[in-house]
Design a protein around this ligand. Structure first.
Ligand code: NDP
Ligand SMILES: O=C(O)C1=N[C@H](C(=O)O)C[C@H](O)C1
Length: 239
């Protein structure tokens, strides 16, 4: 194993994103899977993962001492997990959504106190980051806008983290309404629709599968090692 490898603990490793992330990390030479957090450790889990599996976050942090805590769990658990990781001096890469501005402020304070960095990424897909960037630009010129976010029907939070991040990035003087659609067959999609005098502009992004999130996720796991504060949005590491 290379000395420069980044050791990553994946929380939520049996989930839709978790499974994809484990595959991507395992296939990336400078990243190592340091352990996984699952809800229950059973025979299937021990067979599925070529690393140590835990059902207790503190025990995973203390035993494996990873460099990075990659959280792909749920809105109900992510906040406590990230607090705990930072308390243990472990850098969080927050993929799960459903946290708030107060959580981000507390994480930043904890990270700075510890002298480490972290990153919260509402969306890892490069196309989604571009969609937000273009929406920010368009908001300077168009009178009004609304967001429609569309996701698979197993998604637990509403509105999506991406929609909230987009609305914040647009910095409009008016409120940007967000509409949420949850249907089987969908993966992750968003439209930002701008209305002007006699014209409409639509900016749309579609994630067609969860592989779309992996290049950004790998980048975040690498770059978090150089950060000394909590960053909100992967775009801050790109442009
Ligand atoms: N940033 C990004 O680009 C993306 C972010 N997401 C976000 O990632 C998160 C996960 O999404 P997705 O993979 O679709 O969801 P899933 O429900 O498929 O996965 C979540 C996993 O976390 C597990 N889990 C929940 N609580 C715990 C706990 N206390 N300890 C250990 N494991 C736990 C669940 O186990 P169980 O099933 O047993 O409850 C499940 O396996 C969501 O918040 C989603 O919004 C999703 C896609 C892209
Ligand atoms: O739950 C999902 O699937 C997704 N969640 C993230 C969000 O809430 O924005 C990112 C992406 O939209 C997929």
């Amino acid at each position: 194993m290379s000395q420069n490898t980044v050791r990553i603990a994946v929380a939520g490793a049996k989930g839709r994103m978790g499974r994809e992330a484990v595959r991507a990390i395992t296939a990336t030479p400078d990243l190592t899977l340091a352990g996984v957090l699952v809800r229950h450790v059973d025979d299937e889990v021990l067979h599925d993962f070529d690393t140590s599996a835990y059902d207790d976050a503190a025990r995973l942090l203390e035993t494996e001492q990873p460099d990075v805590w990659l959280d792909l769990t749920t809105p109900a658990t992510v906040v406590n997990h990230v607090n705990l990781a930072l308390d243990h001096g472990v850098r969080p890469v927050v993929g799960a959504t459903g946290y708030g501005e107060e959580d981000l402020s507390r994480w930043d304070e904890l990270a700075r106190t510890r002298g480490i960095g972290g990153i919260a990424c509402p969306n890892f897909a490069v196309g989604a980051l571009l969609m937000m960037r273009f929406a920010k630009e368009a908001a300077k010129w168009m009178e009004k806008a609304e967001i429609i976010e569309l996701h698979h029907d197993q998604k637990k939070d509403k509105p999506s983290g991406t929609a909230l991040r987009t609305a914040l990035a647009m910095e409009t003087e008016y409120e940007v309404p967000i509409h949420s659609v949850r249907l089987p067959g969908l993966v992750a999609h968003q439209e930002v629709i701008f209305g002007g005098t006699g014209e409409i502009l639509t900016i749309r992004h579609d994630s067609l599968n969860r592989e779309s999130f992996m290049p950004g996720l790998i980048l975040a796991c690498r770059r978090v090692m150089q950060l000394r504060q909590m960053v909100y949005g992967l775009e801050n590491l790109l442009w």
